[in-house]
Design a binder for this molecule. Sequence first.
Ligand SMILES: [Mg+2]
Length: 406
Amino acid sequence: MSLRSVQYYICCSLSVAFKQSMATSRYLHTVQLFKISKRSITQFRYDLKGDYRSHLCNHCYNSTAYNLLEKQRSNQQYRLLSKYTSKMASGKPPYKVISDDADRKHLLDSFDTFLFDCDGVLWECDKPIGGSIDAINFLLENQKQVLFITNNSSKSRSQYAEKFKKLGFTPVNPANIVTSGSSAAYYAYKLMNQKADQSKTTVFYVGMPALGEELKKIGLKSIGASDVDLPKMIPDWQFFQKDPSVGCVIVGADWFFNYAKATAAACYLVRDDVVFIGTNTDARLPTSNPEIVNCGTGSIIKMVESGSGRNATYVGKPEPYMWEHVQYEFRGTNIDLSRTLMVGDTLYTDILFANSAKPNPIASLLVQTGNHKLHHVEEVVSRGDSKSVPSFVSKSLNDALIPVCK
Ligand SMILES: [Mg+2]
């Protein structure tokens, strides 16, 4: 008997034994679970170890996958999937659309801390989104804790505090703001301190001066791509003199990004011992004009990745490192994650970030004033992408919080 036949026989035997050992109701639940959310299970299966996949036939795999899911009941992915599939099974969408004052009251009563994305939630470029100022004030009047987590690294935390003031928001303490730039600086600082060769701890960065400000604040030496004379013509690059002290390259938001900056970053990344950090993956910035695309930082970093042949380590939302940074920066605040709501306009950063929170996912609200709308939520639900599904959806921040009948 061949090894494959033995594997098949063992798998089938295990499957039969597994089914027989289950109570009828449990088995029916299993069948229902797989029927209802076959796509979700298929997606989840790819998160399991390849060893299991390669040794099991498809039929046996489903049983084994469920068995593994049972064993991993404490795993947060399982909890998320379970919650998602049980809502699907009940015929209800796995999210709640905020539609009346009872829903608004529920939000206000359920959460003490509100974590806000900024672009597409509070403002679009330099214009506040309608009602966002009132909504933040309403939370503050109700003694809620309000903190801000933005992937936009074009401003430093102190510059963001200035922006809040300039746009008419209640003044915000820079200590209550985290950016992907501050996250990148903190991550670089940790890595540079661990480097065996302390003569290579300078950071070369492609970004706005704000990124240099964050690096300086944390105590790192840096060279900005905007601050040095870079070759103008392609033949001149063979004479490009690299600073030998550079041990890290960070690429962030740079509204004056160009070929020379990308090439300089790629030149430093030729050496494998130079760390490559990308602030965030956002391909676009939100815009209310459907005919216009504002390329985001993720698009910039892609060019450097492509040119250098290296993959950046990302530190903004939804990456796990951002949680570490948030917990460090907001360590002075009293955050109960079970009563914390993440508010954002982008499913693949803000909502995924909330669903990837450690140690457990936190609740999230998608406001439809930026990148994603309700039909995008419906699309991710139909795809079985449970990790990008928000807990709540509303037209805007104002609509989610402020009662219509006061
Ligand atoms: Mg946003």
